[in-house]
Design a protein around this ligand. Structure first.
Ligand SMILES: Cc1cc2nc3c(=O)[nH]c(=O)nc-3n(C[C@H](O)[C@H](O)[C@H](O)COP(=O)(O)OP(=O)(O)OC[C@H]3O[C@@H](n4cnc5c(N)ncnc54)[C@H](O)[C@@H]3O)c2cc1C
Length: 391
């Protein structure tokens, strides 16, 4: 045992692992060859299985219809889902939990409960052409007009917005006492003034696309504002922390799968009359990969447990950055080595290493690039000292 996981967590890990191995992995190549799409019958079967496993909206409270899992359990689930390519693991949803603290009864009934139930789908629209790492540079505005806000701007990369029913959109307030403050809004996709600009192709083949949407004079009721004017960044930071931790977990799962697959191949494949597993060059790549995976996994599990223990959020913020930074860079190194071990086969799209090699690249970019994680970590180190963060 590499980490003292409670029995209930191990049991969940085994159930999700079985689901991934039996129901998701067999569909990877089909999804890859079809732009990420699987037949609706298969997707429905995946959703049913997710329900049976109690993983629907696994991060949301049970009383609202979610899975009510601890952070440690969520990390364990995400790690297993990370073992599959083409985002087939995204059949397990994790709506933005931070919104619950401020949601009005109307918002709960209109957007949050239906999203938990899987009847509606959300996407998160923060990034713009001129603002990614520097979120404060967003140019999208929300101008109060009586009982409405009028939203103007353009959003990039919003993951899953092709399948979503509504945006959780970040804008800057224009005019009034909070001019320039950030705020979040629920914006239904059918609202007049929202136009699909284009759907760029990305390195991966996922059913969830990342289109560009324009918002021109989009009127939304003031009741759609989430929390207060000025609270937008607070929720986005909360979302970043959660996503960074789950990215770390998924990267651990991806690395484990890659190591297993590369090990299996190395033990079978022969060159110059010998198993390639017996060449030191191959051994070193596998040994480095396994060692780095263990380090990343220990960080991630510990981080998730620290969330459950209610550790200071400022410490968690830095630790989420460390886990995301290390696990995503680790998984990219592992994928690169796995491609190398597979040789020419590692360059074929039907090979798991080739797919992960492309897919894992974005984990060093989204939810804050590796450079931004380092900026956060260094800033926290200067402010609090090493012992507060890793002591
Ligand atoms: C597939 C995909 C899905 C995404 N999904 C979503 C989504 O659902 N919702 C959403 O809102 N956004 C989403 N994003 C956007 C993503 O979060 C941003 O792309 C990311 O934060 C980087 O921003 P940027 O692309 O504008 O790069 P920039 O911020 O322009 O950065 C360019 C380069 O400069 C570096 N850099 C910037 N600032 C610094 C600094 N201070 N110090 C050192 N280096 C720096 C960066 O690290 C990077 O190397 C997605 C992106 C992708 C690719």
């Amino acid at each position: 045992m590499t980490y003292p996981l409670p029995e209930s967590v191990r049991a969940l890990q085994a159930r999700v692992r079985h689901f991934v191995d039996e129901s998701l992995i067999p569909h990877e190549t089909e999804a890859e060859m079809n732009g990420g799409l699987l037949p609706e019958k298969v997707r429905a079967a995946h959703r049913r299985r997710v329900e049976e496993l109690g993983l629907r909206a696994m991060n949301m409270p049970k009383e609202l219809g979610g899975g009510g899992l601890t952070y440690l359990k969520q990390a364990i689930v995400s790690e297993q889902l990370g073992r599959v390519t083409n985002a087939l693991g995204w059949c397990v949803t994790t709506p933005a939990r931070c919104l619950l603290d401020v949601a009005t009864p109307h918002q709960l009934e209109t957007w949050i409960r239906p999203t938990i139930a899987g009847r509606r789908h959300e996407c998160y629209a923060v990034t713009e052409a001129g603002a990614g790492s520097d979120v404060d540079a967003i140019a999208t505005t929300a101008r109060r007009d009586g009982e409405h806000y009028v939203i103007d701007g353009e959003k990039w990369h919003a993951t899953g917005s092709n399948e979503a029913d509504h945006f959780v959109l970040q804008a800057k307030i224009a005019g009034g006492p909070n001019d320039g403050a950030h705020a979040l809004f629920f914006v239904d996709k059918g609202t007049p003034g929202i136009d699909l600009v284009r759907t760029p192709a990305y390195s991966h083949n996922y059913a969830s696309h990342h289109p560009i949407y324009a918002f021109r004079d989009v009127r939304v009721p003031a009741a759609n504002r989430i929390g207060a004017e000025g609270q937008g960044m607070e929720f986005t930071y909360d979302w970043f922390r959660y996503e960074r931790m789950m990215i770390a977990a998924r990267c651990c799962g991806a690395a484990e799968r890659l190591i297993d697959e590369a090990r299996g191949f190395a033990l079978e494949r022969r060159a110059f009359g010998e198993r390639i597993a017996d060449f030191q060059a191959i051994q070193f790549m596998l040994a480095d990969s396994l060692t780095e995976l263990w380090a990343a996994r220990l960080m991630t599990y510990r981080l998730a447990a620290a969330h459950d223990e209610g550790e200071d959020v400022k410490i968690l913020h830095a630790q989420c950055s460390m886990a995301k930074l290390y696990a995503s860079e680790m998984a990219n190194r592992v994928a690169d080595r796995a491609v190398q071990i597979f040789g020419g086969r590692g360059y074929m799209r039907e090979n798991v290493a080739e797919r992960f090699y492309r897919e894992l690249r974005v984990d060093r970019i989204w939810e804050g690039t590796s450079e931004i994680q380092r900026v956060i970590i260094a800033g926290q180190l200067y402010k609090r000292g090493a012992a507060a963060l890793v002591g």
